[in-house]
Design a protein around this ligand. Structure first.
Ligand code: XIL
Length: 341
């Protein structure tokens, strides 16, 4: 049985995929066999959807309605549609992978170009969200079932300082969700997504700064726990957090799961498998106890050689369920096993 078959009774199983696999037939068959959800690892981020050339060539024309191009995402959408696979839309509003010129007056590209004013940035945000959501709803209906409306807005000091807070201001999260709700046809749930969501201070901060105000206006449907773990992450705190978000009137999704591990020895991969098993035991139990409306689990990558962690952590990582040849590791069987208990 595959991942998606084993977990059909529980939640969707997904993976983030990079662009190059779209040309790789064996990998595409593997995806269709194992998963019922995909996320574009990078291609649905603003830096890939914003049309740099058009905006910068005609800044007056596009000042309040940025030009967007969909040529990079259409192949994913087509593949998903053809194979009956759902997609997570990742991500509409983020401080990262959004070019600086998008925030600049007249889309100017110099590093010190003055930033656009609040009214202009609100208009750009609304137009961007409307254009992207309307396009996928009309051209690829039924494919995207969840949107990460805002990604990674909370840090220890409170709301993260970024070009979004620097232009729109402290209410940019609320504004983004208002626009997303306004232009959504209801086919996709609206998520707030973040990392380290299992840390006690962070779950409180996310509730106070993000979820509570959004829930008051009925603007949010789900909490995305990225779940980039290490071999040391405290899984008891993880479970508490899962149940904390789960107690709110929200879906919960695990959106970017991986467990950083630099040692490929058999013994270490056995320990990795045990960690995955403990985590999936928790997830299944939360679902069975009705402690969280957990609707999906997405791995951040298909196989160890493709993991972003090796570049991000600057050390080779072996964090996933499949090895460089897409051969299932012990962790794969451990995850399957957790579904059968
Ligand atoms: C990462 C991608 O995996 C990399 O390829 C890219 O260079 C940087 O972004 N949190 C997120 C994801 O929300 O979008 C990030 O993806 C990983 C951390």
């Amino acid at each position: 049985m595959s991942l998606k078959e084993s977990y059909q009774f529980c939640f969707k199983m997904g993976a983030a995929i990079p662009r190059h696999v779209l040309k790789d037939e064996p990998v595409l068959r593997h995806i269709a066999q194992e998963y019922d959800s995909i996320t574009c690892e990078n291609d649905m981020k603003p830096e890939n959807l914003l049309d740099a050339e058009a905006n910068r060539k005609e800044p007056e024309r596009y000042d309040r309605s940025p030009a967007v191009t969909f040529e990079k995402i259409d192949p994913y959408m087509e593949y998903a549609k053809k194979n009956g696979i759902g997609m997570r839309g990742h991500t509409l509003v983020w401080h990262n992978q959004t070019p600086r010129w998008f925030f600049a007056k007249d889309y100017r590209n110099e590093e010190d170009a003055p930033l656009a004013d609040r009214e202009t940035m609100l208009a750009r945000m609304e137009s961007y969200i409307r254009t992207v959501m309307t396009y996928v709803q009309q051209k690829w209906p039924g494919v995207i079932y969840a949107w990460d409306v805002v990604n990674e807005a909370v840090v220890e000091e409170g709301l993260r300082e970024s070009f979004w807070t620097g232009t729109v201001g402290q209410d940019f999260v609320l504004q983004a969700f208002r626009f997303a709700r306004k232009y959504s046809d209801g086919s996709a749930a609206l998520f707030y997504n973040d990392y380290d969501t299992f840390l006690p201070w962070k779950r409180e901060a996310i509730y106070d700064l993000i979820l509570r105000p959004l829930l008051e206006e009925g603007l949010v449907d789900g909490m995305g726990m990225q779940t980039h773990l290490t071999m040391e992450t405290d899984l008891d705190e993880y479970e508490k957090s899962l149940r904390y978000y789960g107690a709110l009137p929200l879906q919960v999704q695990i959106t970017e799961l991986d467990i950083h591990n630099t040692d490929p020895s058999e013994e270490s991969m056995e320990r990795l498998a045990q960690r995955y098993e403990s985590l999936f035991d928790q997830l299944v139990k939360a679902r069975k106890d009705k402690a969280a409306d957990l609707t999906g689990v997405t791995f951040w990558g298909l196989q160890d050689d493709m993991s972003w962690l090796t570049a991000f952590r600057k050390e080779r990582s072996y964090p996933l369920l499949f090895d460089g040849q897409l051969k299932p590791k012990k962790a794969y069987y451990a995850v399957l096993g957790a579904a059968e208990k």
